[in-house]
Design a protein around this ligand. Structure first.
Ligand code: SF4
Ligand code: SF4
Length: 335
């Protein structure tokens, strides 16, 4: 939630933004215009990567203000088809597939069709109760079409549906869903279950299956999703996952706080702008000596997989990589 009291008008957020090139004076004047609720230039230049929330040293969450004003002024030329696609998320038929009580439940949101089936197979999620479909859709993706209100309006529905399953511990497969849960305290919504991020679950799984791990000894680029900006404290957990698998997370120009947005949804709004961002991202993957690119977010993978293959590297979903590390899947040949 935007907190004007915390903002000292330093301009850091927009100076660090990788999609504009503002000197500090302009960054400060843009922030001041936003604080006055004006239709500032940044509203139509922002590609909704959420990074400025992480860049702000005061925790003022400037992206929340930007996103609210993007909606207020309707600045983003969102194609009708993209808006319909986003609205359809909540309408996907829902299912609860019962598993054993000793394991946490797994919420797939509406992501199942977007990942390779082998990303969900094997021992990793075996015997878990699986929740999938529109009832468990978190609505966070609306921020990428310049809409902040559906996220808030549907927050109680999202938590209520998950809570109604009776699960005490739920693994959120999609980074967006975990980010939504992190927003609940500011919305005054109680979360009556333990929310587990996918990378936390993967670390637990690898630690309890150490005897099965055959270190992969690979150098792999990581595509950090936008929603991870809401949980930067989990980046070291991901480092642990890489280490447990014997994988070097390549030292890219565009990883961690300088990660580039995949642009999958936003490419429908400003295709040319996103094309150059994606090319920079792919060049960086190659230049860092990466043998593959690993994804935490199915939407990022859907948008970048073909570009990764064009560079003779393999796109791999993170749960597939874990299955490779425990000997359930072979490491793919170069694409
Ligand atoms: S939102 Fe944060 S980074 Fe941006 S001007 Fe305010 S205090 Fe500085
Ligand atoms: S959300 Fe991303 S693109 Fe938008 S202003 Fe913040 S850092 Fe820049």
């Amino acid at each position: 939630m935007w907190n004007e009291q915390k903002c000292d008008r330093c301009g850091d957020c927009l100076v660090k933004c990788q999609y504009v090139d503002y000197p500090r004076e302009k960054a400060i004047s843009q922030i001041e215009k936003l604080i006055f609720g004006e239709n500032a230039e940044i509203l139509s230049e922002c590609i909704t990567c959420c990074a400025c929330n992480e860049y702000c040293p005061q925790g003022a969450d400037p992206f929340e203000l930007i996103n609210e004003l993007q909606e207020k002024y309707g600045v983003l030329p969102v194609p009708e088809k993209t808006a319909r696609w986003m609205a359809a998320g909540a309408m996907v038929p829902s299912e609860k597939l019962e598993g054993g009580d000793e394991k946490p439940a797994l919420s797939l949101c509406v992501m199942e069709p977007m990942v390779p089936s082998q990303a969900l197979d094997g021992d990793l999620f075996a015997n878990m109760t699986v929740l999938k479909g529109g009832d468990y859709f978190c609505f966070l993706g609306n921020i990428h079409i310049g809409k902040a209100s559906p996220v808030k309006e549907n927050a109680q529905r999202f938590i209520g549906n998950l809570a109604a399953t009776g699960a005490k511990r739920i693994v959120l497969f999609h980074d967006d869903c975990y980010a939504m849960i992190k927003k609940m305290p500011e919305l005054d919504i109680e979360v009556p279950f333990e929310a587990v991020h996918l990378v936390e679950y993967l670390r637990e799984y690898l630690k309890s299956n150490r005897d099965k791990i055959k270190p992969l000894d690979r150098k792999i680029a990581y595509q950090r999703p936008c929603a991870s900006r809401f949980s930067p404290e989990l980046d070291p957990v991901l480092d642990d996952v890489f280490e447990l698998m014997g994988v070097e997370r390549t030292d890219r120009a565009y990883d961690r706080d300088t990660a580039l947005c995949c642009g999958t949804i936003f490419s429908k709004i400003y295709p040319e702008k996103i094309q150059s961002v994606q090319q920079k991202n792919m060049d960086d993957m190659v230049n860092a000596g990466s043998e593959a690119m690993v994804f935490l977010c199915p939407v990022c993978m859907a948008g970048l997989a073909s570009l990764v293959k064009q560079r003779d590297r393999s796109p791999i979903f993170i749960t597939e990589l874990v299955r490779m590390a425990v000997g359930e899947l072979p490491f793919p040949d170069p694409a």
